[in-house]
Design a protein around this ligand. Structure first.
Ligand code: ADP
Ligand code: MG
Length: 332
């Protein structure tokens, strides 16, 4: 017999009534087990709505969500909303006991029927999430990022099959976020946990996700592997979500030596090579933005601005005249 799909949305629609109808429209999506799926899209595109429908916090108006072949019950049909095999963490998750230690907050999620097992599991999860050294601290004394780690530890320790994350790292500073992303990836690899995450941080989804799903206006506009979506997005919208790219109209593109019949040309900053020239060129370095191990150069030509990545820091100065060599571009 064919195995039922793991977690699946079939033609799911959910409309909120208001001044303008909004929500999600006719979404079909297969979540692959043991992988990280990231849902990305502008604010208001329906990401949280989709996540809540997958979890069963809401019922669809049309269509169904199935987990292993069984329909997920909505809040009207279930005393405690949310599927038992899943856990969800958002930036608003605040079920922590601030005055208890980290250890007790996490271990409290397990039954006390087997105290030894409870201790082992707590130690294991705190180690996996790199916070065994915080075990004895009160949650109230932790940083925002550390608190989010505790929330995630509490969610994972019960071994859910699916972990749903709705922008949980928003309040977490960048350096901290990267460690947490790495640890979650590692847990997915080691335990086969399935993760569905919502994020609007391109660096985060590109490095974490096995699959990206792009939502615009409540609809899926494209989906695929992060690398292929990044290199060849079907939509201008996706390119703009994933990169800080240059978007030029046809006239502006001509200044870069690109002829097009389409409306827009997109050039990523790393697709442009430049050279200092003595002879006249119309491109001039307007700004050098120091980024640490590289620079972003803003070039200017007749009011058109172009962002270029330069990995030879210090080579260019403001007002240098440069020539362009554009290796690749996309047309929309
Ligand atoms: P995202 O998470 O991508 O920012 P949401 O799923 O939260 O988007 O919202 C999608 C759209 O539905 C938005 O236009 C939002 O204003 C609207 N919306 C979300 N929740 C509600 C609600 N409870 N009532 C009315 N409109 C809502
Ligand atoms: Mg949201």
């Amino acid at each position: 017999m064919l195995e039922a799909p793991f977690l699946q949305a079939i033609s799911v629609t959910k409309t909120y009534s208001g001044a303008e109808a909004s929500g999600i429209k006719n979404i079909s999506l297969d979540i692959e087990p043991g992988k990280i799926t990231a849902i990305i899209g502008q604010s208001g595109s329906g990401k949280s709505t989709l996540l809540r429908l997958l979890y069963g916090l809401m019922s669809p108006d049309e269509g169904t969500v199935n987990f292993k072949g069984e329909r997920i019950w909505g809040p009207e049909e279930k005393l405690i909303p949310g599927h038992d095999a899943m856990k969800m963490v958002t930036q608003h998750t605040n079920d922590l006991n601030l005055f208890a230690r980290v250890w007790d907050n996490v271990s409290a999620m397990l039954p006390s029927t087997n105290v030894k097992l409870k201790e082992e599991k707590t130690e294991e999860i705190l180690t996996q999430l790199n916070m065994i050294q915080l075990a004895k601290q009160r949650v109230a004394d932790l940083s925002g990022g550390e608190k989010q780690r505790v929330a995630i530890a509490r969610a994972i320790i019960t071994r859910p099959e699916v972990l749903l994350l709705d922008e949980p790292f928003n309040q977490v500073d960048a350096s901290f976020r990267e460690g947490l992303q790495h640890d979650i990836r590692q847990i997915v690899k080691e335990t086969g946990l399935t993760v569905v995450m919502v994020s609007h941080d391109p660096a985060e989804v590109l490095s974490m996700a096995d699959k990206l799903v792009v939502l615009n206006n409540g609809e899926i506009v494209e989906a695929g592997h992060p690398k292929s979506l990044y290199q060849n997005p079907l939509n201008l919208y996706t390119a703009e979500l994933l990169t800080n790219c240059n978007v030029l109209n046809a006239g502006e593109a001509r200044l870069c030596g690109i002829q097009t019949h389409k409306e827009y040309v997109v050039v990523y900053p790393e697709w442009i090579r430049i050279n200092k020239v003595l002879r006249t060129s119309n491109w001039r370095v307007q700004q050098v933005l120091f980024k640490g191990f590289y620079e972003d150069l803003i070039l200017e030509n007749n009011g058109v601005l172009l962002r270029v990545v330069n990995d030879e820091s210090g080579k260019y100065n403001e007002d240098d005249v440069v020539s362009l060599n554009i290796k690749k571009w996309l047309e929309y």
